[in-house]
Design a binder for this molecule. Structure first.
Ligand code: 3PG
Length: 400
């Protein structure tokens, strides 16, 4: 903001590293939340007369151009939202991008094609990443880091590029960090955390950390079956990470010793086949109590009694952090658990933070009013790692 006020960005090429990694169904964007969140910083710089180079990754291509992961659908949506000239640098750092930049005037936006089409973006080798960062740096006069969702990645555009250009943090990163700080310092209690999503192995760090901070941890999603198994239940054909059973058992014991309440579902909804998420054909859902899950059932959501239990455990919380859907919400037969948690957060008076690409998308896809939540983060892994107290490469690079 200071640099804009001093007129320092006018006529300059400013590289904005955004996180435009949106969910796609083919070429249709199913949730544009991350693009909308990126717009204010881009618009501010363009209004101040900069040529704004916008760059992001999308999905996990294998270091070479792959049309499945093109930012073309993002280009269309960004153009609609910005209502100004947006050019597409179709080769990210090559001749086509040079041409687009040569044609751009102050106030224009040049969106680069997927950064991960180049192996240097994600390489573990410092020199390879550095060489790619050099190519990106050659495009711009200054750098603004605003892709909060990617700050936990030690990638060229996130970590190495800011060291090569005058740099600043964008408004989205500032907002996200400000909100997450509230969850780590002076938290209003009771502090309840709702965790879901498929793999418990992705959540170990955050559970370990939250056992020291939270009063209650509610668990749903695919990861819950490892918890249920650790408690001695049979889980049928549900997702189970056997190798994580010892650590999950240890967490349950530690929580009991510390007086942290683990709230697990008392019933689940499932089916004998994984539902078709494209056609959303009816799936013949079955409800079962957790102590009688049939051997052929795949658990796909928390059940009706669990929804009531979870709502009650959230009703008197003063602070709530939610990461990860409670079930396969993309299918209407298995969306009720996720809907119930979203409803509890939007009805309640707690300061609520929805973190995680999937849970944030679920809130919007299920039609909730975003304003009813304290904050909907654009960061999934990034917000979890922030809460774990880890050093995030994309934030430390901006501090230096
Ligand atoms: C996310 O979706 O969490 C971010 O965009 C980072 O994506 P990644 O997990 O593929 O690095």
């Amino acid at each position: 903001d200071d640099l804009i006020a001093e007129g320092q960005v006018e006529g300059k090429r400013v590289f904005v590293r955004a996180d435009l990694n949106v969910p796609l169904d083919g070429t249709t964007i199913t949730d544009d939340g991350r693009i909308r969140a990126a717009v204010p910083t881009i618009a501010k710089l363009a209004d101040a007369g900069a040529t704004v180079i916008v760059a992001s990754h999308l999905g996990r291509p294998k270091g070479e151009p792959d049309p499945t992961f093109s930012l073309a659908p993002v280009m269309t949506r960004l153009t609609e939202l910005l209502d100004r000239r947006v050019l597409f640098g179709t080769d990210t750092v090559g001749e086509q991008t040079e041409k687009a930049l040569a044609a751009a005037r102050g106030g224009d936006v040049v969106l680069l094609e997927n950064l991960r089409f180049f192996p240097g973006e994600t390489s573990k080798d410092d020199a390879e990443r550095g060489a790619f960062a050099d190519r990106l740096a050659a495009l711009a006069d200054a750098y603004v880091g605003d892709g909060f969702g990617a700050v936990h990645r030690k990638h060229a555009s996130v970590y190495d590029l800011p060291a090569r250009l005058p740099h600043a943090a964008g408004g989205l990163i500032a907002t996200e960090v400000g909100v997450l700080k509230k969850l780590t310092e002076d938290v209003s209690r009771p502090y309840a955390v709702v965790l879901g999503g498929s793999k418990v192995s992705d959540k170990l760090g955050v559970i370990d950390h939250l056992l020291e901070k939270a009063d209650r941890i509610l668990v749903g999603g695919g990861m819950v079956f490892t918890f249920l198994k650790a408690q001695g239940h049979e889980v049928g054909k549900s997702l189970l990470q056997e190798d994580q059973l010892p650590i999950v058992t240890e967490y349950l014991e530690r929580a009991a010793a510390k007086g942290v309440e683990f709230v697990l579902p008392v019933d689940v909804v499932g089916a004998t086949e994984f539902p078709d998420l494209r056609t959303k054909a009816p799936a013949q859902p079955v409800t079962a109590p957790v102590d009688a899950i049939p051997a052929d059932l795949i658990g796909l959501d928390i059940g009706p009694e669990s929804r009531k239990l979870f709502a009650a455990k959230l009703a008197d919380a003063a602070t709530i952090f939610w990461n990860g859907p409670m079930g396969v919400f993309e299918h209407p037969d298995f969306a009720d658990g996720t809907r119930a948690v979203a409803q509890a957060l939007s009805d309640g008076s707690a300061f609520s933070v929805v973190g995680g690409g999937d849970s944030a998308a679920a809130v919007r896809i299920l039609g909730f009013d975003e304003d009813a939540f304290g904050h909907i983060s654009t960061g999934g892994g990034a917000s979890l790692e922030y809460l774990e107290g880890k050093t995030l490469p994309g934030l430390s690079a901006l501090e230096n």
